[in-house]
Design a protein around this ligand. Structure first.
Ligand SMILES: [Zn+2]
Length: 521
Protein backbone atom coordinates (compact mmCIF):
# COMPACT_ATOMS: atom_id res chain seq x y z
CA UNK A 1 0.00 0.00 0.00
CA UNK A 2 1.30 3.41 -0.85
CA UNK A 3 1.29 5.34 2.35
CA UNK A 4 1.57 8.73 0.71
CA UNK A 5 -1.58 8.46 -1.35
CA UNK A 6 -3.67 7.55 1.63
CA UNK A 7 -2.20 10.19 3.84
CA UNK A 8 -2.50 13.03 1.42
CA UNK A 9 -6.20 12.29 1.26
CA UNK A 10 -7.29 14.00 4.38
CA UNK A 11 -11.02 13.80 4.32
CA UNK A 12 -11.32 10.48 6.11
CA UNK A 13 -11.66 10.27 9.82
CA UNK A 14 -10.09 6.84 10.20
CA UNK A 15 -7.38 6.07 12.66
CA UNK A 16 -4.12 5.52 10.87
CA UNK A 17 -2.62 2.22 11.89
CA UNK A 18 1.06 1.54 12.04
CA UNK A 19 1.00 -1.46 9.74
CA UNK A 20 -0.23 0.66 6.85
CA UNK A 21 2.74 2.96 6.98
CA UNK A 22 5.81 0.93 7.56
CA UNK A 23 7.28 2.67 4.51
CA UNK A 24 7.61 5.96 6.32
CA UNK A 25 10.56 5.37 8.63
CA UNK A 26 12.89 4.18 5.91
CA UNK A 27 12.28 7.31 3.89
CA UNK A 28 12.96 9.27 7.05
CA UNK A 29 16.55 8.21 6.97
CA UNK A 30 16.89 9.46 3.42
CA UNK A 31 14.89 12.50 4.29
CA UNK A 32 17.40 13.80 6.79
CA UNK A 33 18.71 17.10 5.58
CA UNK A 34 22.17 17.14 4.11
CA UNK A 35 24.86 18.81 6.08
CA UNK A 36 24.92 22.52 5.42
CA UNK A 37 21.20 23.07 5.36
CA UNK A 38 21.38 24.54 8.79
CA UNK A 39 24.03 26.98 7.69
CA UNK A 40 21.54 28.45 5.26
CA UNK A 41 18.67 28.87 7.64
CA UNK A 42 16.52 31.01 5.39
CA UNK A 43 15.92 27.96 3.21
CA UNK A 44 13.43 25.42 4.48
CA UNK A 45 14.73 21.87 4.37
CA UNK A 46 13.44 20.60 1.09
CA UNK A 47 11.16 17.67 1.35
CA UNK A 48 8.73 16.15 -1.08
CA UNK A 49 5.38 15.11 0.27
CA UNK A 50 6.58 11.52 0.30
CA UNK A 51 9.47 12.36 2.60
CA UNK A 52 12.29 12.13 0.06
CA UNK A 53 14.95 14.81 0.23
CA UNK A 54 15.60 16.97 -2.75
CA UNK A 55 19.20 17.40 -3.76
CA UNK A 56 18.99 21.07 -4.66
CA UNK A 57 18.66 23.77 -2.05
CA UNK A 58 15.28 25.08 -3.14
CA UNK A 59 12.50 25.07 -0.64
CA UNK A 60 9.13 23.50 -1.16
CA UNK A 61 7.65 26.97 -1.56
CA UNK A 62 9.60 27.43 -4.76
CA UNK A 63 8.83 24.09 -6.35
CA UNK A 64 5.21 23.31 -5.70
CA UNK A 65 3.66 26.52 -4.48
CA UNK A 66 0.75 25.71 -2.25
CA UNK A 67 -2.44 27.15 -3.62
CA UNK A 68 -3.24 28.45 -0.17
CA UNK A 69 0.29 29.61 0.68
CA UNK A 70 0.56 32.94 2.53
CA UNK A 71 0.00 35.99 0.38
CA UNK A 72 1.43 39.45 1.06
CA UNK A 73 -0.72 41.95 3.00
CA UNK A 74 -3.48 43.47 0.89
CA UNK A 75 -3.23 47.02 2.13
CA UNK A 76 0.15 48.57 2.80
CA UNK A 77 -1.22 51.03 5.33
CA UNK A 78 -2.55 48.17 7.44
CA UNK A 79 0.13 45.54 6.87
CA UNK A 80 -0.73 43.52 9.97
CA UNK A 81 -4.49 43.73 9.77
CA UNK A 82 -4.58 42.68 6.12
CA UNK A 83 -1.93 39.93 6.34
CA UNK A 84 -2.92 36.30 6.67
CA UNK A 85 -2.70 34.04 9.67
CA UNK A 86 -0.44 31.08 8.91
CA UNK A 87 -1.36 27.43 9.32
CA UNK A 88 0.91 24.42 9.66
CA UNK A 89 -0.69 21.05 9.22
CA UNK A 90 0.95 17.99 7.76
CA UNK A 91 -1.03 14.78 7.61
CA UNK A 92 2.19 12.78 7.90
CA UNK A 93 2.29 13.62 11.59
CA UNK A 94 -0.44 11.01 11.96
CA UNK A 95 2.13 8.22 11.35
CA UNK A 96 3.07 8.14 15.04
CA UNK A 97 0.71 5.50 16.42
CA UNK A 98 0.77 2.72 18.97
CA UNK A 99 2.99 -0.05 17.63
CA UNK A 100 0.28 -2.61 18.19
CA UNK A 101 -3.05 -0.80 18.48
CA UNK A 102 -5.69 -2.19 20.79
CA UNK A 103 -9.27 -1.97 19.62
CA UNK A 104 -10.94 -1.18 22.91
CA UNK A 105 -8.34 1.08 24.52
CA UNK A 106 -7.38 3.97 22.26
CA UNK A 107 -4.45 5.94 23.61
CA UNK A 108 -5.43 9.54 24.41
CA UNK A 109 -2.58 10.93 22.26
CA UNK A 110 -4.51 9.81 19.23
CA UNK A 111 -3.49 10.63 15.62
CA UNK A 112 -7.02 11.88 15.03
CA UNK A 113 -6.33 14.87 17.28
CA UNK A 114 -4.64 16.93 14.58
CA UNK A 115 -7.13 15.82 11.96
CA UNK A 116 -10.03 16.91 14.18
CA UNK A 117 -8.54 20.39 14.55
CA UNK A 118 -7.79 20.82 10.86
CA UNK A 119 -11.24 19.55 9.94
CA UNK A 120 -12.81 22.05 12.36
CA UNK A 121 -10.87 24.90 10.72
CA UNK A 122 -12.18 23.81 7.32
CA UNK A 123 -15.75 23.51 8.61
CA UNK A 124 -15.51 26.94 10.20
CA UNK A 125 -14.41 28.40 6.86
CA UNK A 126 -10.94 29.33 8.14
CA UNK A 127 -8.87 26.90 6.06
CA UNK A 128 -9.05 25.29 2.65
CA UNK A 129 -8.78 21.57 2.02
CA UNK A 130 -6.89 20.41 -1.05
CA UNK A 131 -9.34 19.66 -3.88
CA UNK A 132 -9.51 20.16 -7.62
CA UNK A 133 -10.17 23.88 -7.64
CA UNK A 134 -8.16 26.53 -5.84
CA UNK A 135 -9.13 28.31 -2.61
CA UNK A 136 -12.45 30.10 -2.91
CA UNK A 137 -11.47 33.07 -0.80
CA UNK A 138 -8.39 35.05 0.18
CA UNK A 139 -9.50 35.05 3.76
CA UNK A 140 -8.34 31.49 4.45
CA UNK A 141 -5.32 30.87 6.63
CA UNK A 142 -2.11 30.71 4.56
CA UNK A 143 -0.61 27.22 4.60
CA UNK A 144 3.07 26.90 5.50
CA UNK A 145 5.02 23.69 4.92
CA UNK A 146 6.26 21.75 7.88
CA UNK A 147 9.69 20.19 7.47
CA UNK A 148 11.85 17.85 9.46
CA UNK A 149 13.99 19.24 12.21
CA UNK A 150 17.74 18.74 11.84
CA UNK A 151 19.94 16.94 14.32
CA UNK A 152 21.81 20.17 14.98
CA UNK A 153 18.60 21.98 15.87
CA UNK A 154 17.50 19.22 18.25
CA UNK A 155 20.89 19.35 19.96
CA UNK A 156 20.19 22.98 20.92
CA UNK A 157 17.95 21.45 23.58
CA UNK A 158 18.54 17.69 23.82
CA UNK A 159 21.57 15.43 24.20
CA UNK A 160 23.12 13.50 21.33
CA UNK A 161 22.27 10.29 23.16
CA UNK A 162 18.61 11.24 23.19
CA UNK A 163 18.65 12.08 19.47
CA UNK A 164 20.32 8.74 18.71
CA UNK A 165 17.83 6.86 20.84
CA UNK A 166 14.88 8.46 19.03
CA UNK A 167 16.46 7.68 15.64
CA UNK A 168 17.03 4.07 16.65
CA UNK A 169 13.28 3.49 16.93
CA UNK A 170 12.87 3.55 13.16
CA UNK A 171 14.99 0.44 12.75
CA UNK A 172 12.86 -1.65 15.09
CA UNK A 173 9.74 -3.56 14.21
CA UNK A 174 6.42 -2.96 15.91
CA UNK A 175 6.80 -6.23 17.83
CA UNK A 176 10.28 -5.33 19.05
CA UNK A 177 9.05 -1.96 20.23
CA UNK A 178 6.10 -3.51 22.02
CA UNK A 179 8.47 -5.88 23.74
CA UNK A 180 10.85 -3.03 24.63
CA UNK A 181 8.01 -1.01 26.17
CA UNK A 182 6.88 -4.00 28.22
CA UNK A 183 10.33 -4.88 29.55
CA UNK A 184 13.55 -2.83 29.15
CA UNK A 185 11.85 0.51 28.71
CA UNK A 186 9.52 0.17 31.68
CA UNK A 187 11.35 2.52 33.99
CA UNK A 188 12.76 4.83 31.40
CA UNK A 189 9.59 5.39 29.43
CA UNK A 190 7.24 7.57 31.40
CA UNK A 191 3.87 7.68 29.61
CA UNK A 192 5.23 7.26 26.11
CA UNK A 193 4.32 4.89 23.32
CA UNK A 194 6.62 4.10 20.42
CA UNK A 195 6.32 3.17 16.79
CA UNK A 196 8.84 2.84 13.97
CA UNK A 197 7.43 6.13 12.60
CA UNK A 198 7.96 8.03 15.83
CA UNK A 199 11.28 9.65 14.84
CA UNK A 200 9.76 10.76 11.55
CA UNK A 201 6.73 12.40 13.17
CA UNK A 202 8.68 13.90 16.05
CA UNK A 203 11.03 15.49 13.51
CA UNK A 204 8.12 16.93 11.52
CA UNK A 205 6.50 18.23 14.66
CA UNK A 206 9.60 20.07 15.87
CA UNK A 207 10.39 21.29 12.35
CA UNK A 208 6.80 22.52 12.05
CA UNK A 209 7.20 24.55 15.24
CA UNK A 210 10.38 26.14 13.89
CA UNK A 211 8.79 27.02 10.55
CA UNK A 212 5.77 28.48 12.33
CA UNK A 213 7.98 30.87 14.30
CA UNK A 214 10.13 31.70 11.29
CA UNK A 215 7.12 32.58 9.14
CA UNK A 216 5.96 35.03 11.80
CA UNK A 217 9.39 36.57 12.30
CA UNK A 218 9.95 36.88 8.56
CA UNK A 219 6.62 38.66 8.20
CA UNK A 220 5.20 36.06 5.80
CA UNK A 221 2.16 35.87 8.05
CA UNK A 222 0.96 38.05 10.91
CA UNK A 223 0.71 35.12 13.31
CA UNK A 224 0.42 31.37 12.98
CA UNK A 225 -1.25 28.22 14.28
CA UNK A 226 0.80 25.01 14.11
CA UNK A 227 -1.28 21.84 14.35
CA UNK A 228 1.56 19.52 15.31
CA UNK A 229 2.06 16.23 17.13
CA UNK A 230 3.60 14.45 18.97
CA UNK A 231 3.57 17.19 21.61
CA UNK A 232 6.80 18.40 23.19
CA UNK A 233 6.62 20.18 26.52
CA UNK A 234 7.31 17.12 28.73
CA UNK A 235 10.36 15.94 26.77
CA UNK A 236 13.47 16.50 28.86
CA UNK A 237 17.06 17.02 27.79
CA UNK A 238 17.77 13.29 27.72
CA UNK A 239 14.36 11.69 27.96
CA UNK A 240 11.08 11.20 26.17
CA UNK A 241 8.23 11.70 28.59
CA UNK A 242 4.47 12.27 28.72
CA UNK A 243 3.74 11.50 25.02
CA UNK A 244 6.62 13.88 24.05
CA UNK A 245 9.93 13.21 22.24
CA UNK A 246 11.42 16.55 21.23
CA UNK A 247 10.69 19.78 23.07
CA UNK A 248 9.20 21.50 20.01
CA UNK A 249 8.79 25.05 21.29
CA UNK A 250 12.15 25.22 23.07
CA UNK A 251 13.88 23.99 19.92
CA UNK A 252 11.99 26.60 17.87
CA UNK A 253 12.90 29.28 20.41
CA UNK A 254 16.60 28.54 20.34
CA UNK A 255 16.71 28.04 16.58
CA UNK A 256 15.04 31.43 16.01
CA UNK A 257 17.25 33.22 18.54
CA UNK A 258 20.22 31.87 16.65
CA UNK A 259 18.92 32.74 13.20
CA UNK A 260 17.37 36.15 13.85
CA UNK A 261 19.75 37.58 16.47
CA UNK A 262 18.55 40.88 17.87
CA UNK A 263 15.26 40.63 15.96
CA UNK A 264 14.39 37.64 18.14
CA UNK A 265 16.40 38.06 21.30
CA UNK A 266 13.67 37.74 23.92
CA UNK A 267 11.02 35.05 23.67
CA UNK A 268 7.97 34.54 25.85
CA UNK A 269 6.71 30.95 26.01
CA UNK A 270 3.23 30.87 27.50
CA UNK A 271 2.16 27.33 28.33
CA UNK A 272 -1.56 26.90 29.04
CA UNK A 273 -1.55 23.11 28.77
CA UNK A 274 -3.14 21.72 31.94
CA UNK A 275 0.13 19.94 32.77
CA UNK A 276 3.35 21.62 33.79
CA UNK A 277 5.83 21.86 30.91
CA UNK A 278 8.75 20.36 32.80
CA UNK A 279 10.78 20.06 29.59
CA UNK A 280 10.41 23.72 28.62
CA UNK A 281 11.24 24.79 32.15
CA UNK A 282 14.38 22.64 32.16
CA UNK A 283 15.54 23.80 28.71
CA UNK A 284 15.29 27.49 29.56
CA UNK A 285 15.82 27.55 33.33
CA UNK A 286 19.02 29.63 33.26
CA UNK A 287 18.25 31.64 30.12
CA UNK A 288 17.54 35.33 30.87
CA UNK A 289 16.11 35.81 27.38
CA UNK A 290 13.41 33.17 27.58
CA UNK A 291 10.50 33.91 29.87
CA UNK A 292 8.55 30.73 30.56
CA UNK A 293 5.10 31.14 32.10
CA UNK A 294 3.06 28.01 32.74
CA UNK A 295 -0.49 27.73 34.06
CA UNK A 296 -1.19 24.18 35.19
CA UNK A 297 -2.97 21.96 37.68
CA UNK A 298 -0.45 21.04 40.36
CA UNK A 299 -2.40 19.62 43.33
CA UNK A 300 0.68 20.06 45.53
CA UNK A 301 2.69 17.85 43.20
CA UNK A 302 0.21 14.99 42.84
CA UNK A 303 -0.76 15.89 39.27
CA UNK A 304 1.32 14.76 36.28
CA UNK A 305 4.29 15.18 35.84
CA UNK A 306 5.07 14.33 39.44
CA UNK A 307 8.60 12.97 39.31
CA UNK A 308 11.57 12.74 37.06
CA UNK A 309 12.92 9.32 36.23
CA UNK A 310 16.54 10.52 36.17
CA UNK A 311 17.11 11.98 39.59
CA UNK A 312 13.80 11.29 41.32
CA UNK A 313 13.59 15.00 42.02
CA UNK A 314 10.31 16.19 43.36
CA UNK A 315 7.66 18.13 41.50
CA UNK A 316 9.17 21.23 40.01
CA UNK A 317 6.03 22.94 38.79
CA UNK A 318 5.46 24.83 42.05
CA UNK A 319 5.54 28.63 42.30
CA UNK A 320 8.91 28.59 44.06
CA UNK A 321 10.78 27.44 40.93
CA UNK A 322 11.73 30.81 39.42
CA UNK A 323 14.83 30.03 37.35
CA UNK A 324 18.50 30.03 38.24
CA UNK A 325 21.68 31.98 37.49
CA UNK A 326 21.12 34.62 34.85
CA UNK A 327 17.65 33.17 34.31
CA UNK A 328 16.48 33.84 37.85
CA UNK A 329 13.05 35.44 37.70
CA UNK A 330 12.43 34.22 34.16
CA UNK A 331 10.46 31.13 35.13
CA UNK A 332 6.90 31.71 36.29
CA UNK A 333 4.79 28.80 37.44
CA UNK A 334 1.13 29.42 38.14
CA UNK A 335 0.13 26.14 39.80
CA UNK A 336 -3.53 25.52 40.55
CA UNK A 337 -3.96 23.71 43.83
CA UNK A 338 -7.03 21.90 42.53
CA UNK A 339 -8.76 20.86 39.31
CA UNK A 340 -11.92 22.48 38.02
CA UNK A 341 -10.47 25.88 37.15
CA UNK A 342 -12.44 27.86 34.60
CA UNK A 343 -12.30 30.91 32.35
CA UNK A 344 -12.53 33.42 35.18
CA UNK A 345 -9.53 31.89 36.98
CA UNK A 346 -7.42 31.93 33.84
CA UNK A 347 -8.41 35.49 32.94
CA UNK A 348 -7.65 36.57 36.52
CA UNK A 349 -4.21 34.94 36.29
CA UNK A 350 -3.60 36.73 33.00
CA UNK A 351 -4.63 40.11 34.38
CA UNK A 352 -2.76 39.77 37.67
CA UNK A 353 0.39 37.89 36.68
CA UNK A 354 0.86 36.99 33.02
CA UNK A 355 0.27 40.33 31.32
CA UNK A 356 2.09 42.58 33.83
CA UNK A 357 5.15 40.31 33.67
CA UNK A 358 4.99 39.83 29.92
CA UNK A 359 4.63 43.58 29.36
CA UNK A 360 7.65 44.29 31.56
CA UNK A 361 9.66 41.58 29.80
CA UNK A 362 8.70 43.01 26.38
CA UNK A 363 9.36 39.97 24.16
CA UNK A 364 10.32 39.93 20.48
CA UNK A 365 8.27 36.79 19.88
CA UNK A 366 5.49 35.04 21.77
CA UNK A 367 4.97 31.29 21.49
CA UNK A 368 1.95 29.61 23.03
CA UNK A 369 2.55 26.01 24.09
CA UNK A 370 -1.10 25.39 23.42
CA UNK A 371 -2.39 22.26 25.04
CA UNK A 372 -6.16 22.16 25.13
CA UNK A 373 -6.47 19.72 28.01
CA UNK A 374 -7.67 22.40 30.43
CA UNK A 375 -10.70 22.63 28.13
CA UNK A 376 -14.19 21.75 29.22
CA UNK A 377 -14.74 18.06 28.48
CA UNK A 378 -11.12 16.87 28.61
CA UNK A 379 -10.82 13.57 30.47
CA UNK A 380 -7.30 14.15 31.80
CA UNK A 381 -7.48 17.81 32.76
CA UNK A 382 -10.68 18.11 34.76
CA UNK A 383 -10.81 21.88 34.16
CA UNK A 384 -13.43 23.88 32.30
CA UNK A 385 -11.88 26.52 30.08
CA UNK A 386 -14.26 27.34 27.21
CA UNK A 387 -13.35 28.28 23.64
CA UNK A 388 -14.14 31.90 24.56
CA UNK A 389 -11.67 31.66 27.45
CA UNK A 390 -8.88 30.54 25.11
CA UNK A 391 -9.83 33.29 22.68
CA UNK A 392 -9.51 35.95 25.40
CA UNK A 393 -6.08 34.68 26.45
CA UNK A 394 -4.94 34.70 22.82
CA UNK A 395 -6.31 38.20 22.36
CA UNK A 396 -4.30 39.50 25.30
CA UNK A 397 -1.08 37.88 24.08
CA UNK A 398 -1.56 39.38 20.61
CA UNK A 399 -0.81 42.80 22.11
CA UNK A 400 2.81 41.76 22.73
CA UNK A 401 5.82 41.60 20.40
CA UNK A 402 4.14 43.62 17.66
CA UNK A 403 1.68 40.76 17.25
CA UNK A 404 4.34 38.15 16.43
CA UNK A 405 2.61 35.14 17.91
CA UNK A 406 3.02 31.44 17.12
CA UNK A 407 0.55 28.96 18.59
CA UNK A 408 1.98 25.42 18.77
CA UNK A 409 -0.26 22.52 19.74
CA UNK A 410 0.71 20.50 22.83
CA UNK A 411 -1.79 18.25 24.65
CA UNK A 412 -5.59 18.04 24.65
CA UNK A 413 -7.39 14.74 24.33
CA UNK A 414 -11.10 15.31 23.82
CA UNK A 415 -11.40 15.60 20.04
CA UNK A 416 -14.46 17.80 20.20
CA UNK A 417 -13.03 20.13 22.89
CA UNK A 418 -9.69 20.62 21.17
CA UNK A 419 -11.35 21.27 17.81
CA UNK A 420 -13.67 23.92 19.23
CA UNK A 421 -10.97 25.55 21.37
CA UNK A 422 -8.40 25.66 18.55
CA UNK A 423 -10.99 27.15 16.19
CA UNK A 424 -11.74 29.94 18.67
CA UNK A 425 -8.01 30.66 18.99
CA UNK A 426 -7.58 30.79 15.21
CA UNK A 427 -10.57 33.08 14.71
CA UNK A 428 -9.00 35.44 17.24
CA UNK A 429 -5.62 35.25 15.49
CA UNK A 430 -7.37 36.18 12.27
CA UNK A 431 -8.83 39.30 13.85
CA UNK A 432 -12.24 38.28 15.11
CA UNK A 433 -12.91 39.61 18.64
CA UNK A 434 -13.35 36.90 21.29
CA UNK A 435 -16.85 35.85 22.30
CA UNK A 436 -18.09 37.19 25.60
CA UNK A 437 -17.34 35.12 28.68
CA UNK A 438 -20.13 33.46 30.58
CA UNK A 439 -18.36 33.34 33.93
CA UNK A 440 -16.29 36.24 35.16
CA UNK A 441 -15.85 35.56 38.89
CA UNK A 442 -12.67 33.66 39.76
CA UNK A 443 -12.87 30.95 42.43
CA UNK A 444 -11.54 31.58 45.94
CA UNK A 445 -9.03 28.80 45.43
CA UNK A 446 -7.83 30.42 42.20
CA UNK A 447 -7.42 33.82 43.84
CA UNK A 448 -5.45 32.24 46.69
CA UNK A 449 -3.16 30.44 44.24
CA UNK A 450 -2.50 33.71 42.40
CA UNK A 451 -1.72 35.45 45.70
CA UNK A 452 1.08 32.94 46.35
CA UNK A 453 2.51 33.50 42.89
CA UNK A 454 2.41 37.29 43.29
CA UNK A 455 4.20 37.12 46.62
CA UNK A 456 6.99 35.10 45.01
CA UNK A 457 7.25 36.81 41.63
CA UNK A 458 7.06 40.37 43.01
CA UNK A 459 10.71 39.90 43.96
CA UNK A 460 11.59 39.95 40.28
CA UNK A 461 9.00 42.23 38.66
CA UNK A 462 8.47 45.90 39.49
CA UNK A 463 4.80 45.91 38.58
CA UNK A 464 3.80 43.06 40.90
CA UNK A 465 2.57 43.47 44.48
CA UNK A 466 2.63 42.72 47.38
CA UNK A 467 6.40 43.07 47.76
CA UNK A 468 8.10 40.76 50.18
CA UNK A 469 9.96 43.21 52.42
CA UNK A 470 11.90 40.66 54.45
CA UNK A 471 14.71 40.51 51.88
CA UNK A 472 15.19 44.28 51.99
CA UNK A 473 15.37 44.42 55.77
CA UNK A 474 17.72 41.49 56.01
CA UNK A 475 20.90 42.84 54.42
CA UNK A 476 22.78 46.14 54.79
CA UNK A 477 23.32 46.43 51.05
CA UNK A 478 19.58 46.62 50.51
CA UNK A 479 19.17 49.86 52.53
CA UNK A 480 20.60 53.36 52.28
CA UNK A 481 22.51 54.91 55.20
CA UNK A 482 20.87 57.91 56.85
CA UNK A 483 24.29 59.57 56.75
CA UNK A 484 24.35 59.37 52.96
CA UNK A 485 20.81 60.65 52.62
CA UNK A 486 21.64 63.76 54.69
CA UNK A 487 24.95 64.43 52.92
CA UNK A 488 23.23 64.06 49.60
CA UNK A 489 20.55 66.58 50.53
CA UNK A 490 23.19 68.94 51.97
CA UNK A 491 25.31 68.78 48.82
CA UNK A 492 22.30 69.46 46.59
CA UNK A 493 21.15 72.42 48.68
CA UNK A 494 24.63 73.95 48.94
CA UNK A 495 25.06 73.65 45.19
CA UNK A 496 21.68 75.25 44.55
CA UNK A 497 22.26 78.13 47.03
CA UNK A 498 26.02 78.73 46.79
CA UNK A 499 27.25 76.62 43.85
CA UNK A 500 29.40 74.60 46.24
CA UNK A 501 30.55 71.34 44.71
CA UNK A 502 31.97 68.18 46.28
CA UNK A 503 35.72 67.60 46.07
CA UNK A 504 36.80 64.40 44.49
CA UNK A 505 38.34 62.02 47.04
CA UNK A 506 41.25 60.22 45.49
CA UNK A 507 41.75 57.37 47.88
CA UNK A 508 39.62 54.42 46.90
CA UNK A 509 39.05 53.25 50.49
CA UNK A 510 37.90 56.69 51.64
CA UNK A 511 35.91 57.79 48.65
CA UNK A 512 32.71 55.94 49.60
CA UNK A 513 32.32 57.19 53.16
CA UNK A 514 33.54 60.74 52.52
CA UNK A 515 31.55 61.28 49.38
CA UNK A 516 29.88 64.70 49.38
CA UNK A 517 31.38 65.62 52.76
CA UNK A 518 34.05 68.00 51.51
CA UNK A 519 32.43 70.82 49.59
CA UNK A 520 34.11 73.86 48.13
CA UNK A 521 33.13 77.13 46.47
ZN1 LIG B 1 -1.15 18.23 28.92
Amino acid sequence: MDATDTLMHDGDGEIVTSTEFTAAPSSFENGLPANGMVGAPSVAVALKPDGVKRDNDLSDYDIIPLKDAPKPPKFEHLPYATAQTGLIYDVRMRFHVEAIPTEDDVHPEDPRRIHAIFEAFVQAGLAWRESTSGPLTDYYMGRIDARMVTEEEVLLVHTKAHWDWVQSLSSRTADELEDYMQHDGQERLDSVYLSPSTPYCAALSAGGAIEACRATLLGKVKNVFAIIRPPGHHAEREDAKGFCFFDNVSIATKACQREFGSACRKVLILDWDVHHGNGIQQANYDDPNVLYISLHVHESGRFYPELSYRDKRGPYGDHLHCGEGAGLGRNVNIPWSRKGMGDADYIYAFQQVVMPIATEFDPDLVIIAAGFDAAEGDMLGGCKVTPAGYAHMTHMLMSLAGGKLAVCLEGGYNLDSIARSATAVSRTLMGQPPDRLEHTNPSTSGVDDIKEVLRQQSKFWTSLYPKDLSARLAGPQQGERMHDVIRNWQATTLWDDYQMSPLFVHRESLSKSFEKQVLAT
